[in-house]
Design a protein around this ligand. Structure first.
Ligand SMILES: [Zn+2]
Length: 142
């Protein structure tokens, strides 16, 4: 069965929309963390202790912001890959079902539309995803 041209257009728009929003967020993160120097900004040394405390808080914010930024840039990569798959015509296919169809997937190798709407960057059907999550959890316990 798979996806129609209309479906693909829908997901292309959805992915581009998410990408734009993400790029905006990443832009905001950069603007709020890069080049921030309260001393330079105020030109006033009397509030030095205050600024130190402020900088400590800033450092924490920065760490948080960087953690967020790296998570988001990874997501950006996934979005770009999904957009590539739309161009290639492989969008919406489970990469594992392509090799060995999952017995529980009635529409193999296709990922259900419902799942794609929730996770448009998905490369695995829910059945294979569940299996790979299960293996990952075992590994992570180590
Ligand atoms: Zn699958």
């Amino acid at each position: 069965m798979g996806l129609t041209k209309k479906d693909l257009k829908f997901f292309e728009d959805l992915l581009n929309e998410k990408k734009e929003k993400l790029l905006q967020e990443l832009g905001n993160l950069e603007a709020s963390t890069v080049g921030k120097n309260p001393l330079e900004q105020s030109g006033d040394l009397s509030g030095y202790a205050y600024h130190l405390a402020d900088q400590a808080a800033d450092a924490m914010d920065r760490e948080h912001a960087f953690a967020m930024a790296s998570r988001e840039s990874r997501y950006l990569l996934y979005l770009n890959e999904a957009l590539d798959r739309i161009q290639e015509g492989t969008f919406g296919m489970c990469k594992k079902c392509k090799k060995v169809p999952h017995t529980k997937n009635p529409d193999s190798p296709w990922i259900t539309r419902q799942r794609l709407e929730a996770v448009p960057t998905a490369t695995l059907c829910i059945w294979h995803k569940a299996e790979s999550d299960a293996t990952k959890q075992v590994k992570d316990k180590d």
